[in-house]
Design a protein. Structure first.
Lengths: 141, 141
DNA sequence: TAGCTTTTGAAACTCAATTTCAGTGGCTTG
DNA sequence: CAAGCCACTGAAATTGAGTTTCAAAAGCTA
């Protein structure tokens, strides 16, 4: 089941409504490969849909996170970011502190060591956050 | 050189002043094993020193981070936290999402893998953030 | 001690996030 | 397919952490 269907089904089961705005925001969000903040997505949407308000974008992104088709990221710049979630493709992030570029990485050995650490402290992991901050190749010259 | 001396020396070199408030805040901060937010440290200080203002606590914590005796943490609850920094003792965190307990962990093999990942993308790491969120043993029953 | 400069604390301000509310518009039922 | 309920929308107001302002207070240096 694709993410649009997951979202629509979530709306149904919660008794929420399938509105024009929500569909436009969903489409724009899924089309992008980007890690949008609310403000950034709002600005992109405004180009074609100037009537859609900031609050609606914000509420809709929250809904995406609630129904599991997006995750909320926070890179410490004071703005939450959202990315479309691929359940079969977990990854973490390299964040360039100069140009803002975000690189995704996968390292199963780190995931394994995380599980070991959690076990060591009798801790049940629900989620994690792992980011490396520094300079991407372009910005380190 | 202990952390109080590092701070005092930092004040000197920057032409800043060694004030009563700064010394009280430093002492209280270092005495605690805790990961205080500005608000929390402010509340603790208020008990014995009701005249110290929130802004002063905030500015002083920033100074601690600047001079390297503390690090700023962010666990995604919208409040920055600060912890005394031991330069010879890097660690990451397990954060209980129920009771807020914070457990520190050290896993050199993860650090090593991080370096490998960075190299893979020609990325120069300046810092990183690694947190596991879930239930501590008390809260998982 | 004088005098210059930084600091302090209260209050104001900033900015993203969130809430409010009156008007709008899906959706379901008869 | 019309009526009516209830969620939704968007603008504006509010919240809350963080930051800045400013006049009075307090360090520091000569």
């Amino acid at each position: 089941m694709d993410r649009a269907s997951v979202f629509n089904q979530y709306l149904r089961t919660k008794g929420l409504k399938n509105t024009r705005q929500r569909m436009i925001i969903l489409e724009t969000f899924l089309d992008s490969a980007s890690h949008y903040s609310t403000e950034e997505l709002y600005q992109v949407l405004r180009q074609d849909h100037p009537r859609i308000g900031y609050a609606t974008v914000h509420r809709t992104l929250k809904l995406f996170a609630e129904c599991g088709i997006a995750t909320e990221l926070n890179f410490g710049d004071g703005q939450a970011r959202f990315e479309p979630l691929y359940t079969d493709h977990h990854h973490d992030h390299l964040v360039c502190t100069r140009c803002g570029k975000i690189i995704e990485f996968v390292e199963p050995r780190i995931e394994q060591l995380q599980r070991e650490v959690a076990q060591r402290y009798d801790f049940t992991v629900e989620s994690h956050r792992h980011e490396l901050y520094g300079r991407c190749i372009k910005c380190s010259q």
